[in-house]
Design a binder for this molecule. Structure first.
Ligand code: ADP
Length: 531
């Protein structure tokens, strides 16, 4: 391949909008490939054809007849259906009734097998189609086995041995930790467990798929710059910080974008009244419509605070629980929550809703159109996360003119700047310590500021005018794809990477000759890992 040709990228994800979504990973997988395609690259997505994905609704067409995929000491058949994201990004759906013909996406006892099958099928699919990617872009634990395979069982395979890998961590808290049997199912038992001298010893006797993605990928990134540096510390590193520190020379942070076609208040088909920064007066009808839908009194004088979230520990609901009574007693406002997740939070919000029926509405379900109505109808958007790799909610909220109230962590810190009443700077409200009182006082500041509608309008306009589209970040991903290729070829220092990227083939070779050949795996093997 000449390095100047368009890249061929296989993008592997467990969930992709609009086909299957539980969280931000699906948003990224449904929008980043479109932006990379717009930059001229041949990017194709692969995901499972879960039972809930209708072939009719999405117009999926058969692409490959069943072919055998190695699993354990036998094979399992996969067939491929093809669909599209937007008009021109192919999506390959791996079909297998045993693994995917179920109602849900995750939380099955054989999840490890299901996603190993996805990955192996996707690789073998490329061979079947004679389409060799330059880079395989893997996401989260579900597809983390791929870099491990490329460096082991596919290392001497002529079809795959040149293929580079980029591994994106969307959330370090979900690592995909399984037992020894998974090595057999994945066909890598000969390479054994991985031990790292500095990680907790119990991790040495299990298969931590995310750790393998980090160790074996040519380049690793996470979804904001702040989170990329936070995860190097024990506080945020989820016990993998020693491995991440070893890999810091290949670890990058790239802020997610949001899909400006899907999230556009000027064209959104799900909201009561469409608006833009030039037609802001049309926004208020959405607040009244939301209040009606939520069964709350129609009041324009008090702020309506929205939250849309997985109900998980990470998201800061324990802080909300601690302050809810003071909030309801002292801060004139309404609260509308849309979320689903852990049962204890369902119970919590049911009891809170029962205590304040005319102030709080809680929709304990997953509903994407309702989410858009909350973004459009709320005045403020609450995200007091304990940690937040990127967070899309705050960016979507700003796009819709809902002012974010966040804890300054990860991507929230990278996107929301605390409003300062004297300088007038800032685009939202934020607090640093993970502390209920800090959340409460930040709510006070927001509710007080809301009383001054000229100031509030400036905050709305500032959020709506910011650029959270994928354009800039997609180019950064393309740079990481080139960097992964350069690393794979043993030229991963930035200067050489630039020579490789911009030079013709001859000069690229010269560039490679100049640089140090980094056999990182051998180095890793000797210095830090036992395989
Ligand atoms: P995470 O990926 O940790 O769940 P993000 O903020 O990155 O958090 O992304 C969450 C995405 O999922 C946003 O698009 C948000 O609107 C959406 N979302 C979360 N919960 C729900 C829900 N119950 N109904 C509809 N959309 C939801």
């Amino acid at each position: 391949m000449s390095i100047q040709e368009p890249l061929k990228v296989l993008f592997l994800s467990a969930e992709v909008v609009p086909f299957a979504k539980t969280g931000g990973l699906a948003d990224v997988a449904g929008s980043l490939p479109k932006a990379v395609r717009a930059l001229g690259h041949d990017i194709r997505v692969a995901m499972p054809r879960y039972g809930r994905i209708s072939t009719e609704k999405f117009g999926l067409k058969p692409r490959l007849d069943p072919f055998p995929v190695p699993m354990d000491d036998t094979t399992e058949p996969a067939s491929i259906l093809e669909g599209r994201i937007g008009t021109d990004v192919p999506v390959y759906f791996v079909e297998n009734a045993r693994f995917y013909d179920r109602d849900g996406i995750y939380m099955y006892p054989d999840d490890a097998e299901r996603f190993i099958f996805l990955c192996r099928s996707a690789l073998e699919m490329c061979r079947q189609m004679s389409w060799r990617p330059d880079v395989i872009h893997c996401h989260d634990w579900h597809t983390a086995i791929v870099p491990n395979w490329i460096q082991t069982i596919y290392r001497d395979d002529p079809f795959f041995h040149d293929v580079a890998t980029l591994y994106t961590i969307h959330n370090l808290a979900y690592q995909g930790i399984f037992g020894y049997r998974i090595l057999e199912i994945a066909g890598i038992e000969a390479y054994g467990f991985i031990a790292h001298p500095d990680v907790a010893p119990d991790l040495n006797d299990v298969v931590d798929l995310m750790a393998r993605g980090i160790l074996f990928a040519d380049i690793v990134n996470t979804v904001s710059e702040r989170y990329a540096s936070e995860i190097l510390t024990p506080e945020y590193g989820e016990r993998l910080d020693p491995i991440l520190r070893d890999r810091r020379d290949r670890l990058f942070g790239v802020l997610n974008g949001i899909d400006y076609e899907v999230y556009n208040p000027a064209t959104d088909p799900h909201i009561a009244s469409r608006y833009s920064v030039d037609r802001l007066e049309n926004r208020w009808a959405n607040k009244a419509a939301l209040q009606r839908e939520a069964g709350l009194p129609e009041r324009i004088d008090i702020p309506l605070i929205g939250a849309i979230s997985r109900l998980a520990d990470q998201k800061g609901f324990d802080l909300i629980a601690q302050i809810i009574d003071a909030w309801m007693q002292h801060l004139p406002s309404q609260f509308v929550l849309l979320g689903t997740g852990e049962q204890r939070y369902h119970d919590l919000f049911e009891s809170i809703r029962a205590r304040y029926p005319d102030r709080i509405a809680a929709f304990l379900t997953f509903n994407a159109p309702l989410a858009q109505r909350i973004y459009a109808g709320s005045d403020m958007f609450l995200m007091p996360s304990r940690f937040e790799p990127c967070g899309l909610g705050q960016m979507i909220a700003m796009r819709y003119g809902s002012v974010p109230i966040v804890r300054a962590t990860g991507g929230l810190a990278d996107t929301v700047k605390d409003y300062h009443p004297l300088s007038g700077e800032g685009n939202g409200f934020s607090f640093e310590p993970y502390d209920a009182m800090a959340l409460y006082t930040t709510l006070v500041r927001a509710v007080e500021t809301y009383k001054y509608q000229d100031v509030w309008r400036r905050l709305i306009v500032r959020g709506m005018s910011a650029d959270f589209s994928w354009e800039r970040s997609a180019q950064k991903y393309v740079d990481l794809y080139y960097r992964a290729i350069a690393t794979k070829r043993g030229a991963h220092r930035p200067e050489e990477y630039k020579i490789l990227r911009h030079a013709g083939a001859g000069e690229a070779r010269k560039g490679q000759e100049k640089c140090k050949i980094t056999e990182w795996w051998r180095e890793a093997d000797e210095s830090s890992c036992r395989v």
